[in-house]
Structures are given as C-alpha cells and as structure tokens.
Design a protein around this ligand. Structure first.
Ligand SMILES: [Fe+2]
Length: 148
C-alpha cells in the first residue's frame, strides 16, 4: 500500500513535469532564433505533440489506479520539479542544450517510476513508463548527435 501511494505521488509529479515540458516546447517552437530554425521549429512541434499524448496517458492511468490526477496549472507549478523558461527569444543551440536537461530529467524520473511500479506489483504502469523511457533515450541520442 505504501508503495502504491508513493507510485501515485510520483506519477502526479511526472504529470506536472510533462505539462511544464509541453509549455516549454511551445516556447522553444515559437521563440527559437538562428540556424536550424525550420527543422527545430517542426521538431519541437513533434515533441510537444508527444508530450501532450503522454500526459493524457499518465493522467488516465492514475484514474484507472483509483487516484485523481492534478489538473490545473497551479497544481502543476507546485508539483513540478522542472523549471519554466521565460518568454523570450532563444538561440537554437541554447534551446537544444536546455532540452537535453529537460529530457534527462524526464528519463531519470521515468526510470525511478519503473522501479516503483515494479515494487508495487504494477507491471502495466511499469510497461507504460518503459515505453516513455525508450522514447526519451531516442530523443536524447538525437540531441547528443545535434550538439556534436
Ligand atoms: Fe506552430
């Protein structure tokens, strides 16, 4: 029971972080400047669409587990462990560097939650998080390749 409570608490934080990430990706999508604008503008759109799908899946998983997910920006800002970015222009290089940190955070948190889900005998949540982790690994590889 203790494990399940812990799992639900972390899923709520994870959900809050995905919401912050979704907003940040829109910020980068709109405000990047410089070389690679066209490709990154599209890439960030692809990434925020994925974050948006993922956050819906996490919230619905929490409901399936009998818990009510956070559903307001106020809650997300309180729960989140990810820093927001201010509304201003950002170079394409700085945006990708910042994203590397964001995706590292999401990846590490997803790995933590996989362990918690396994400890609380919930392979379905572990499986969902494993899919997310695999996706972050791929995104992080692409980010590293971009940064050279
Ligand atoms: Fe757009």
């Amino acid at each position: 029971m203790k494990n399940k409570e812990n799992l639900l608490k972390e899923l709520n934080i994870y959900l809050a972080n995905l919401n912050i990430l979704n907003v940040k990706l829109h910020n980068y999508h709109w405000n990047i400047q410089g070389r690679g604008f066209f490709e990154l503008h599209s890439k960030f759109e692809e990434l925020y669409n994925k974050a948006s799908e993922d956050l819906d899946q996490v919230a619905e998983r929490m409901l399936i587990l009998g818990s009510r997910p956070a559903a307001s920006m106020k809650d997300y800002l309180q729960l989140s462990t990810m820093e927001e970015k201010s509304s201003e222009g950002i170079s394409s290089l700085d945006a990708v560097k910042a994203l590397k940190e964001d995706y590292n955070l999401m990846y590490n948190h997803s790995m933590e939650i996989i362990n918690l889900a396994e400890e609380s005998g919930d392979p379905v949540t572990a499986d969902m998080m494993t899919d997310f982790a695999a996706d972050y690994e791929k995104t992080l590889w692409m980010i590293r390749a971009y940064l050279g």
